[in-house]
Design a protein around this ligand. Structure first.
Ligand SMILES: Nc1nc2c(ncn2[C@@H]2O[C@H](COP(=O)(O)OP(=O)(O)OP(=O)(O)O)[C@@H](O)[C@H]2O)c(=O)[nH]1
Ligand SMILES: [Mg+2]
Length: 287
């Protein structure tokens, strides 16, 4: 491990992620291709640069998951950006199974040359071997369950549900490897850490919740001020962080005895509302 890492960084990059990353590297040679799941709300912040470096010689399909939670126009811009870099991509909602049936055809497109070569040699069609990679909580296991049309692997709305790799056969189409979510040891840009905290990819106790909410409210104020007005009656000319917290506390009745604002409840309200789409589709990475 890099000796320069601070204690805090080591805390949120737990040992099991080193192990998972090593196992991904080991299995890579068995794969025809890899699918990288990105969070549609943050297609840049949710791209693990170490994973990308490791798999870049393999055919890659990018899946922008949780499209239902994203700002559709900004998502489209991000998809065009990745397309301009030469990536094949598809936006999906694994939970409601939107576009998930298109994945097999996209995978065949990504692998066209290899499949054509095999066909020319007279080899029989066979399932595509692929692994599903992505940061914690991005929906890898949900996607596998959607593709297999049964509960083949455990899911949950918190990071770190999948603990080990697991092969799942999906009829004649795919042989899939579900993998535990992995992050990388250092976020070069502080914003990336905030984006991952807001959307639940890193545990809520890693970055102080007050900091995360401060970032989130400033971001919403700058980019989606009308949503704050609609949901919490935050006036368009109110910019001060504490005033905004107080307004949310009053509006939502998050009060302690003596009518003081219960800030802990306000923080949780903000994050829960963002994650549950109570503020509409949001995109956090600007493009
Ligand atoms: N709104 C929405 N929620 C989704 C979608 N896909 C997955 N989820 C939810 O996101 C949460 C995490 O899903 P998982 O499939 O467990 O995520 P994972 O990537 O396997 O997570 P780890 O195993 O922890 O790495 C669950 O609560 C899912 O229901 C989606 O497209 N839209
Ligand atoms: Mg999982």
């Amino acid at each position: 491990m890099d000796k320069k890492l601070t204690e805090k960084q080591i805390q949120w990059y737990p040992g099991h992620m080193f192990k998972s990353f090593r196992e991904i590297k080991e299995k890579l040679k068995l794969m025809d291709m890899v699918m990288i799941l990105l969070d549609a709300r943050l297609p840049l912040s949710s791209m693990n640069p170490e994973i990308l470096k490791t798999v870049k010689h393999k055919p890659i399909l990018l899946l922008f998951n949780k499209m239902d939670l994203a700002d559709p126009q900004i998502l489209n811009k991000h998809m065009s950006y990745y397309q301009s870099l030469g990536y094949e991509g598809l936006k999906i909602d694994a939970q409601s199974q939107i576009n998930t049936k298109k994945i097999y055809d996209r995978a065949k497109l990504v692998l066209k040359e290899k499949l054509d070569r095999e066909k020319a040699k007279g080899l029989k069609p066979r399932p595509i071997r692929t692994m599903i990679l992505g940061i914690p909580n991005v929906g890898k296991s949900t996607l596998i369950n959607a593709l297999s049309q049964k509960k083949a692997t455990k899911t949950g709305n918190k990071p770190g549900v999948t603990k080990a790799q697991q092969w799942i056969k999906l009829g004649d189409d795919f042989e899939l490897l579900d993998t535990p979510g992995v992050l990388w040891p250092k976020f070069e840009d502080k914003k990336v850490g905030y984006h991952l905290a807001i959307t639940g990819a890193i545990k809520d106790d890693i970055i102080p919740i007050d900091d995360v909410c401060h970032y989130a409210l400033d971001f919403l104020k700058a980019n989606y001020p009308k949503r704050l007005l609609e949901r919490y009656d935050i006036p368009l000319d109110m910019y001060d962080y504490v005033s905004m917290l107080d307004q949310i506390g009053l509006k939502r009745g998050a009060l302690l005895k003596g009518n003081e604002i219960d800030y802990d409840r306000v923080y949780h309200t903000i994050l829960t509302d963002i994650r549950n789409k109570q503020l509409g589709g949001l995109s956090f990475d600007s493009i």
